[in-house]
Write a protein that binds this ligand. Structure first.
Ligand code: NAD
Ligand code: UDP
Length: 329
């Protein structure tokens, strides 16, 4: 009888918010998981419950430097995602996106691993097309404070497309729209964690600008489901899909099309934390802050038979529950 060995997955950015959920899901799906992270924004506490699993191992490593190992699948999530953090050390952010991606692509080329790269809605910049479709090339400032992230991620997409065309690497990309949920760092700086933490501590809720800019918020479980479905597709299906839609590389939006102003998000947060004494206050809008954002998910629907299931109210409630529990423990 032939023994079936578990498939091997490498997850970079594994101790971060999304990486930790992905590791958990891959273990549940029977994979052997190697988790890599330099712990810049991630924390070991996000994955501490996985450490006892014989199919899980953690390596503290910076993906700017090469990494070696034989894997069936590589999920490249390493990169700070919160504007506060990626702007803290912009050169490092760019290096992570570009040099990190080169290292991942070289590893995939040598080992024939399949890759899923975490790209972002930020490749559309401050979009002039709404909702954002994959064929839109974006409106991005090359020299602004968000550019290290936006242009780094755009360059990573280019590397993926060229490694696929030139060397036939099987790489797929998701353009992730604002995603939230448990395991976000309380001091992460992104809007949902900020508002929930502020409301729980009776601090002012800081609305940047007039609060009328919009975002579309995706609950983490919906994204992880899309990622897993995408990676389980055969190469031929993905190639045929690209040809059908004229895509230069397999890239799909993943997000929840529900669109809310930031003020509406603040009001919903306060509705769900009724005991809070917090007040809404207005602070200057950071430069290049996109005014509207909403994914067109027609391609993801068609390719993956997927759509998000968790509405903002429900996901926000689960996230508040998580942050409340963190305060007590
Ligand atoms: P996060 O900051 O919680 O996680 C990122 C992880 O990457 C952290 O654990 C961090 O320590 C690690 N990391 C950063 N630089 C590294 C390096 N050079 N080498 C090794 N590890 C490194 O952010 P997240 O929300 O979990 O985002 C994960 C990925 O998804 C990122 O690539 C991000 O750009 C992408 N993304 C996230 C969102 C979102 O809304 N959450 C939206 C778009 C794209
Ligand atoms: N924002 C805000 N108050 C905060 C944090 C963020 O009003 O305390 C706004 C921010 O200006 C942006 C939106 O919320 O318009 C989403 O910000 P986030 O940093 O979560 O992600 P982005 O989509 O900008 O990368």
């Amino acid at each position: 009888m032939k023994i079936q060995l578990p498939k091997k997955a490498l997850v970079t950015g594994a101790a971060g918010f999304l990486g930790s959920h992905l590791c958990r899901r891959l273990l549940a799906d029977g994979y052997e998981v190697t988790a890599v992270d330099n712990l810049f924004t991630g924390t070991k506490s996000n994955i501490s419950d996985l450490m006892d699993s014989p199919r899980f191992s953690f390596v503290q490593h910076d993906i700017i430097l090469p990494f070696w190992g034989q894997f069936d699948e590589i999920y490249n999530l390493a990169c700070p995602a919160s504007p506060v953090h990626y702007q803290h050390n912009p050169v490092e952010t760019m290096k992570t996106s570009v040099l990190g991606m080169l290292n991942i692509m070289d590893l995939a080329l040598k080992t024939k691993a399949k890759v899923l790269h975490a790209s972002t809605s930020e490749v559309y910049g401050d979009p002039l097309v709404h909702p954002q479709v994959e064929s839109y090339w974006g409106n991005v400032n090359t020299i602004g404070i968000r550019s290290c992230y936006d242009e780094g991620k755009r360059c990573a997409e280019t590397l993926a497309a060229d490694y696929r065309r030139e060397y036939d690497v099987d790489v797929r990309m998701v353009r992730i729209f604002n995603t939230y949920g448990p395991n976000m760092h309380p001091q992460d700086g992104r809007v949902i964690s900020n508002f929930v933490m502020q409301a729980l501590h009776d601090e002012d809720i800081t609305l940047f600008g007039d609060g009328l800019q919009t975002r579309s918020f995706q609950y983490c479980d919906d994204l992880i489901e899309a990622m897993r479905r995408y990676m389980s597709l055969p190469r031929e299906t993905v190639d045929a899909f690209c040809a059908k839609h004229g895509l230069g590389a397999p890239v799909i939006n993943t997000g929840n099309p529900g669109e809310y102003t930031i003020k509406e998000l603040a009001e919903e947060t306060l509705r769900q934390i009724p005991e809070s004494k917090s007040k809404l206050v207005y602070r200057p809008l950071p430069s290049d802050d996109p005014k509207r954002r909403k994914p067109d998910i027609a391609l993801a629907r068609e390719l993956l038979g997927w759509e998000p299931k968790v509405p903002l109210k429900e996901g926000l409630s689960k996230t508040i529950e998580y942050f409340r529990a963190q305060q007590i423990s």
